[in-house]
Design a protein around this ligand. Structure first.
Ligand SMILES: Nc1ncnc2c1ncn2[C@@H]1O[C@H](COP(=O)(O)OP(=O)(O)OP(=O)(O)O)[C@@H](O)[C@H]1O
Ligand code: SF4
Ligand SMILES: [Mg+2]
Length: 509
């Protein structure tokens, strides 16, 4: 995320919710975002997905790179914003460009970036069972991979089983064996075989016997589908995925003005669209006429995957929960179901916006364990938003501290707790109770004087200056730049550097 600015155009004035924010999350790391209420944490998260409600909000500047693509590269085309005064703003939306932007982003939301919110009951549909909702999410993002696994399952032969069993038997470690069986069963679309194959391998050393039994079980899982139908579906969904990827690439090339690259991409998009149009009609027609034959195998696999996801997030009685409605579950179970849904497509980034605030302490600990587990197992990067520093200490590798829509400090988690630099960060740290100081007579909790700034007319210069006990003359006049003062430790404060942040040029204040 580079130079992001998000605004809300309200009757009272323009809320400068995010102001020139830049941060990056590395693959597999958990990045914590912390700050007082109203500092812009949730708006940062929704900006990454471009889910800012419009009206009143708009991202007015910046880039968000997901998996190498800038998802905001078409930002200047989406709307022209003319600010006559704080309360008189004319926004001309380009509906066509916004529609195309939405289409391109629909391929990223959920599949590359997934989000878990603070109140799961607001995100779950109250009139659809949990199982159906997870199934829907699975089918939305995984039809192509389901088709691949169906093809593999239907064409599986004894040699495939032999290869897997030989691989297992060469591994002395039990956990590695379990992982191989797990991946293999998923790959071949036969998750129900995971436990029986594990039992077989644990209870016998006779290789030929294991191969014979496992092959028999795998063959019994086949439904003898019409493989040509599944191949047609696989090609269709592959083309849909490719078209999404090409459109994303096109946006990127348009923003860099690469004419030669654009012409090539346009030609590929037209070809693909033409073939999809004809495939679409024939596929949809066949789907309509023979819905059972075409759709059923996908639904069966999605159902199994949904159940497996619920088990993965440690929901007790997963089978029963599949048929339950959201109101029949506790808050913790609803949050687990939301996490299961977020994992339906192995996203690159999981954004968790205060996912445990509404839960009791024990359930909170379990949900945190679960997110940690997802992060470790699938190498999913996590953006963890909270105002609880204790949770940050437990969960995160690096931390970003937000104040008034700005990132004021960023460092590895140990560094923040050992050697925080920014006066706001030290204020936050001093305001939490510490067990080792509870018997000290002088151990009073400090609070940061004042309140969070009004973001319609935020303080000039450093936004923290009205509350800062170290403020200098320059602090009210100029805005400090976020700079690296030690390895991996960045701070925006004139106590550490004279560098001033230059405002990006654009018409919105
Ligand atoms: N729909 C909206 N309309 C107007 N202003 C909004 C809207 N959504 C957010 N804001 C403003 O954006 C600013 C940042 O809000 P945000 O929700 O990101 O805070 P937060 O750090 O997530 O706080 P909390 O810890 O309470 O969740 C706030 O000043 C808020 O008033
Ligand atoms: S820049 Fe000035 S006002 Fe802002 S935190 Fe640093 S010392 Fe305080
Ligand atoms: Mg929030």
């Amino acid at each position: 995320m580079v130079g992001l600015k998000t605004r809300f155009f309200t009757a009272n004035g323009i809320v400068k919710a995010i102001d020139n924010l830049s941060l990056s999350i590395k693959t597999g790391e958990t990045f914590g975002l912390v700050g007082e209420s109203g500092s812009g944490k949730s708006v940062t998260a929704t900006s990454i997905m471009d889910l800012i409600p419009d009206p009143p909000g708009r991202i007015v500047h910046g880039s968000v790179y997901v998996d190498g693509f800038n998802i905001l590269s078409d930002l200047p085309k989406l709307a022209k914003i003319r600010v006559k005064s704080e309360k008189d703003v004319i926004i001309k939306r380009n509906k066509r460009a916004i529609k195309r932007h939405g289409y391109v982003l629909s391929g990223i939301r959920g599949s590359k970036v997934a989000m878990v919110f603070q109140e799961p009951y607001l995100s779950l549909n109250p009139v659809i069972t949990i199982g159906e909702q997870i199934k829907e999410a699975i089918l939305l993002h995984n039809r192509r991979s389901i088709a691949e696994s169906l093809i593999k399952r239907e064409t599986l032969n004894k040699e495939d089983v032999e290869k897997m069993i030989d691989n297992i038997m060469s591994q002395p470690d039990l956990l590695t064996r379990q992982a191989i069986i797990h991946d293999w069963c998923l790959d071949y679309g036969i998750p129900d075989l995971e436990t029986p194959v594990n039992d077989l391998v644990n209870n016998s050393t006779d290789r030929d016997f294991i191969v014979r039994e496992a092959t028999e079980m795998a063959f019994a899982e086949r439904e003898n589908l019409n493989i040509d139908d599944i191949l047609t579906a696989r090609d269709y969904y592959k083309n849909v995925d490719d078209l999404h990827e090409l459109n994303l690439r096109k946006l990127e090339l348009e923003s860099t003005g690469n004419e030669a690259g654009l012409a090539e991409i346009d030609a590929r998009i037209s070809d693909l669209e033409a073939s999809l149009r004809s495939e679409f009609f024939s596929y949809r027609l066949r789907l309509k006429i023979m819905k059972r034959r075409y759709e059923k195998p996908f639904e069966v696999v999605a159902q199994r995957k949904a159940l497996e996801l619920l088990r993965q997030v440690n929901i007790a009685g997963a089978e029963r929960v599949m048929d339950s409605y959201p109101h029949e579950l506790s808050g913790g179970m609803q949050q687990r179901a939301m996490i299961a849904m977020a994992l339906s497509s192995t996203p690159k980034i999981l954004i968790a916006d205060e996912p445990t605030t509404a839960l009791d302490v024990t359930t909170q600990a379990q949900i945190l364990d679960l997110i940690r587990d997802v992060n470790k197992r699938s190498k999913t990067s996590v953006l963890f938003i909270t105002h609880d520093l204790a949770v940050i200490a437990e969960m995160c590798d690096r931390v970003g501290v937000m104040y008034g829509g700005n990132l004021v400090e960023e460092a590895p988690v140990r560094e923040i707790f050992k050697d925080a630099k920014h006066p706001y960060t030290t204020g936050l740290l001093n305001s939490i109770p510490r067990a080792e100081r509870r018997f000290e007579k002088s151990a009073r909790l400090e609070s940061i004087p004042g309140t969070v700034p009004n973001l319609i007319s935020p303080p000039t210069g450093c936004r923290f200056h009205p509350r800062c006990k170290f403020k200098m003359d320059v602090c009210g006049e100029k805005k400090p730049k976020l700079i690296e003062i030690e390895k991996d430790h960045r701070v925006a404060c004139f106590l550490y550097s004279d560098e001033v942040e230059e405002e990006p040029k654009e018409e919105v204040p």
